[in-house]
Design a protein around this ligand. Sequence first.
Ligand code: ADP
Length: 303
Amino acid sequence: MIVSLKNIYFSYGRVQALGGVDLDLSEGATGLLGPNGAGKSTLLRILLGFLAPQRGEGRVLDYDIRLEQHHIRRYVGYMPEDDCLIPGMDAVTFTAYFGELSGMPRQEAMKRAHDVLFYVGLGESRYRLLETYSAGMKQRLKLAQAIVHDPRLLFLDEPTSNLDPQGRREILELIKDISSRKDIQVLICSHILSDIESVCSHVVILNKGRVAAQGQISELKQLKFRLYEVRIKGEAEGFVERLKNIGCRVDVAEDKVLKVYMPAERDISDFFRQALEANIQVRHFVRSQTSLEELFAQAVGVD
Ligand code: ADP
């Protein structure tokens, strides 16, 4: 197991940020999803060894998160959400500096800095001062400094923030390429569901300091309910009430168009019985794929 956390609690004074998190990550790319304030950054800081949990225990790459943080930092790469760039430096110096901070000898760090800058597409601009970089170049540079020391585990915090669609696609391609290597595990923290879906096989959904759901995206999508898109003729309100009474969650997408989340134990005939009794004509009824967005809404209880 690459990351394994058990019953982790962390509070900032009176504010509880994590309230009993269990987390197991194995091979591949994992997405860490959750609304603002869910505890994602706090969890990352604990995994990086920057914060020690007040309760609970855990291991990252087989090192204890409380006692062996210095080892963890050697093998972990981190791309923060905020800019961490140093004005007046060029990209090679900056990237090599981060290599040295992770324990690489200077010459080796310098050599690797050139390599990773070419890899992320900044080869031509590697001697330019960082303050002249565009938003997209800054993101690439942050990615370069995170991988310069060849980490086994890579944490990316909102890697596509501030990017236009083209920049976003490019950075996601890079992340995909990195995470396709056998020897590296990637954890991507994001609130952009489509980004997670395009890169990750697994997802952990955090809400209010706890894990609301975790697992393989393809399996989670099929869990618990089936989604139907329904167009009706008749009075929607009473019908929606009836469906809720038999355990469905219903979103009214537009007038007379409903998204009905049917619990696994219910049958389609239950739906049609309710329609009949509510004097509703069903004009259109199709089974939909649940997207991660809907799964996310369900897991965190947001309507
Ligand atoms: P996320 O990254 O999912 O937005 P955070 O881990 O930043 O969540 O925050 C979790 C909770 O902890 C929130 O209620 C937040 O307000 C609180 N929090 C985060 N950092 C601090 C801090 N330095 N001091 C006090 N409270 C904090």
